[in-house]
Design a protein around this ligand. Structure first.
Ligand code: G3D
Ligand code: MG
Length: 223
């Protein structure tokens, strides 16, 4: 075993994804853990959890256990069981559905009141950002809520995958008190591969597209 392997530390974290039905919780988790969207999954009725192992830094691997609360509603009597022991909570809303944003305040208050020993770290997650033309929740409102409650803030799309990896990675780093380097955060950005049509000098343009591998990041480089 090499020195670097010796030095690597493994930690486990529990994340819970909360928010109104149809805000995109299951889609977000499916995108993150399986890099898929829009498969015909059934609406979650019970509880599902997913595992994903990521390399957060050179020295730290994290096993994320991600719980999808499924059909649990705001008043759901199992909610405290789901939230129990969670270090990270993602509060997800749909940017095209103002109601889903309004309800987050309540989701947040309920979860806060359930966590007794130590509070989890929270991330405010604006989903469906690919539907910018249908947006009904302004970025101002989002930021006001995030700032007031000192929440991490993310704008994502489970559909395109935009900023999905980054969102989980930054929450994990926050919990572990790790400041990610620029390179480490950039690695988690998903950049969509674009085609270059009718290049005058096609020899000079080579597109290298690397599919998401272990850390599920993808990038495109022009050489
Ligand atoms: P939930 O688990 O919070 O209840 P789902 O939500 O993940 O089941 O998603 C609800 C609907 O929103 C699904 O559409 C899903 O495809 C869609 N959706 C989720 N995330 C996004 C996104 O980022 N962009 C867009 N455009 N749609 C999204 P259906 O049609 O199956 O109800
Ligand atoms: Mg669901």
């Amino acid at each position: 075993m090499s020195d670097s392997e010796d030095d690597t530390e493994d930690v486990q974290l529990k994340f819970v994804v909360l928010g109104d039905g149809s805000s995109g919780k299951t889609s977000l988790i499916t995108r993150y853990t399986q890099d898929q969207f829009g498969r015909n999954y059934e609406q979650t009725v019970g509880l599902d959890f997913f595992l994903k192992r990521i390399r957060l830094t050179n020295k730290k691997n994290v096993s994320l256990k991600i719980w999808d609360i499924g059909g649990q509603t705001l008043g759901g009597n199992m909610l405290d069981k789901y939230v129990f022991g969670a270090q990270g909570v993602l509060l997800v809303y749909d940017v095209t559905n103002h109601h889903s944003f309004e309800n987050l305040e309540e989701w947040y208050e309920i979860v806060k009141s359930m966590a007794h020993d130590s509070q989890p770290h929270y991330a405010l997650v604006a989903n469906k950002c690919d539907l910018e033309h249908l947006r009904t929740v302004t970025k101002d409102k989002h930021m006001t809520f995030a700032t007031k409650n000192k929440l991490q803030s993310h704008y994502i799309s489970a559909k395109t995958g935009d900023s999905v990896d980054l969102c989980f990675k930054m929450l994990a780093a926050d919990i572990l008190g790790i400041k990610l380097t620029r390179a480490e955060t950039e690695q988690a950005h998903r950049i969509v591969t674009a085609e270059i049509a009718n290049s005058a000098n096609s020899e000079a343009v080579k597109i290298a597209s690397v599919r998401r591998k272990q850390q599920k990041s993808s990038f495109c480089s022009l050489q």
